[in-house]
Design a protein around this ligand. Structure first.
Ligand code: GLU
Length: 497
């Protein structure tokens, strides 16, 4: 058995199967592989595992490529950019697998199995009834060369099975430490449907070897596949890569992450307006922490600070609040130009923003006053919709501060109108100062507690936004301009009449 010390360079890979939307778990695995390769001056490879022709689709290949690119994880070799070890799509490597399948058949390390589904099922049931763990009983290993030839000539349906040696398989996992499996439990496994149709275990072993993968870093769900793959490596005379199995990603109730409980596709997070920086930061913490309180990391910091041996074994809970928190943080760090550009598609999609309707500087002001409340880009719609409307529709009771009543609320809005109409210099500071002092005067006049600004400012803010929560009335008025501000207050007064 060759040792992986033969390897000159660290080479890692992500090997998605394009059978559905690219999973957030794939992004995390890709990230860990990417970081590990980058920090070791290695190479990170993207390989498409599309041997399952029934379930694989080009659109899912396109999606995984585009979503990983969006996240910002770049590969050095892959189906779109090539590389020295291509092709990087398994469906284009069938000749290669055929050669190795033939080799194993010739060396009698694998064999044709002609057992039908029904026969296999009967055997399974029979084993179960005897209290045994079901495994293939080796019937077809006892066929003579003539019998095999005859069956093949007659086109008897068959698969290719690999002989599993009855022995203990031990390997060192970078995260799990020493791992041991008893291969005797496995039974001979099917590695190909025929010479042109290899299955996962076989293709992955051949490719990891030919692509000179040094480290296989992947999800824990593949841990139990590893002994089969190690036996195949041994049978083919390949070296064994170093393994690292990442902890499962769990829902907050500790169940395995699934579609039913929330979003699992990278594209869901993309569409909802999470920033790639936030997603990277969040994903790296799903199984790793630096051992300090620090939790905000850029990709380039991670390349320096990430350490595979600090990855935990226990499942990692996918806590969406943490993602929201990190996303908010990165949203607040964006330049206003960039953030506005990122928000525009959401505003357009919601039918709020029509090209040319709002000057760029106004739009930036809208985004600026909304950003502190934004957890994700899509929130801009809910937070800022009123800026794009000519008339607001809301429940008039919302205008009322505490138990002020309709008349007092009307008085308040009329008072605001009077003060605002007199303002010459319509800018934020002036608006704020004028309205604060107006609030004191209004309270004095009405006998309200002097410092309670709600009596004047709450109805005003609601009149301008139609919402329970929004930026301050000064910020909104400043963006609206005098005319629109006064018009909106007038509309609110009419609602009370
Ligand atoms: N194609 C496999 C999957 O999508 C990955 C196999 C591996 O990483 O070894 O789960």
């Amino acid at each position: 058995m060759k040792k992986n010390t033969d390897i000159k360079q660290i080479r890692t890979r992500i090997a998605p199967s394009p059978t559905g939307p690219a999973h957030i778990g794939t992004a995390r695995t890709a990230l860990y592989n990417y970081l590990f390769a980058m920090q070791n001056n290695g190479k990170f490879i993207l390989r498409i595992e599309d041997t399952d022709t029934q379930r694989s689709e080009q659109k899912w290949t396109d999606e995984v490529l585009s979503e990983l690119k969006w996240v910002g994880i770049q590969w050095d070799e892959g189906p779109d950019i090539g590389g020295d070890y291509g092709p990087y799509k398994q469906s284009q490597r069938l000749d290669i697998y055929e050669k190795y399948l033939k080799q194993l058949l010739e060396e009698k390390k694998s064999y044709h199995c002609f057992c039908t589904e029904e026969e296999l099922e009967n055997k399974r049931q029979e084993q179960l009834s005897r209290g045994l763990a079901p495994k293939y009983d080796g019937t077809c290993t006892r066929l003579t060369a003539e019998e095999i030839e005859e069956k093949i000539k007659n086109n008897t349906p068959s698969v290719i099975r690999f002989k599993i040696e009855n022995k203990k398989i031990k390997f060192k996992d970078l995260i799990r430490g020493d791992v041991e499996f008893d291969a005797a439990l496995l039974g001979d496994i099917v590695i190909a449907k025929n010479l042109q149709t290899p299955l996962y275990h076989f293709a992955v072993v051949v490719d990891d070897f030919l692509m000179q993968i040094s480290h296989v870093i992947r999800g824990e769900e593949h841990l139990s596949n590893t002994p089969r793959q190690i036996l195949l490596q041994e049978a083919l005379g390949f070296y064994q890569p170093i393994y690292a199995h990442l902890p499962l990603m769990l829902n907050t109730d500790k169940s395995k992450m699934s579609k039913r409980q929330g979003d699992v596709a990278i594209s869901d997070y993309h569409k909802n307006g999470y920033l790639p920086e936030a997603l990277i930061n969040f994903m790296v913490l799903l199984g790793w922490n630096p051992g300090t309180e620090k939790e905000v990391f850029t990709l380039s910091q991670l390349i320096k600070e990430f350490t595979i041996d600090k990855v935990q074994k226990a499942g990692a809970v996918f806590n969406i609040q943490r993602l929201d928190f990190l996303n908010g943080l990165y949203i607040r760090e964006k330049s206003i130009e960039k953030l506005t550009e990122l928000c525009v598609p959401y505003l357009k999609e919601a039918g709020l923003l029509v090209i040319g309707q709002m000057p760029q500087n106004k739009l930036q002001e809208v985004v600026e006053v909304s950003r502190t409340r934004m957890k994700k880009l899509s929130d801009i719609v809910e937070l800022a919709d009123f800026f794009f409307q000519d008339k607001l529709i809301f429940d008039k009771d919302l205008l009322q501060w505490k138990e002020a009543g309709d008349n007092a609320t009307k008085d308040s809005l009329e008072f605001s109108t009077k003060i605002l109409s007199e303002i010459k210099n319509w800018e934020l500071k002036e608006l704020e100062e004028e309205m604060f002092s107006a609030s004191e005067k209004f309270n004095l006049k009405k006998g309200y507690p002097e410092k309670n600004k709600g009596y004047l400012l709450w109805p005003l803010r609601v009149a301008l936004s139609g919402k329970k929560m929004s930026p301050s009335p000064f910020e909104i008025a400043n963006i609206y301009g005098k005319e629109k501000t006064l018009k909106f207050i007038e509309n609110a007064i009419k609602m009370l009449s």
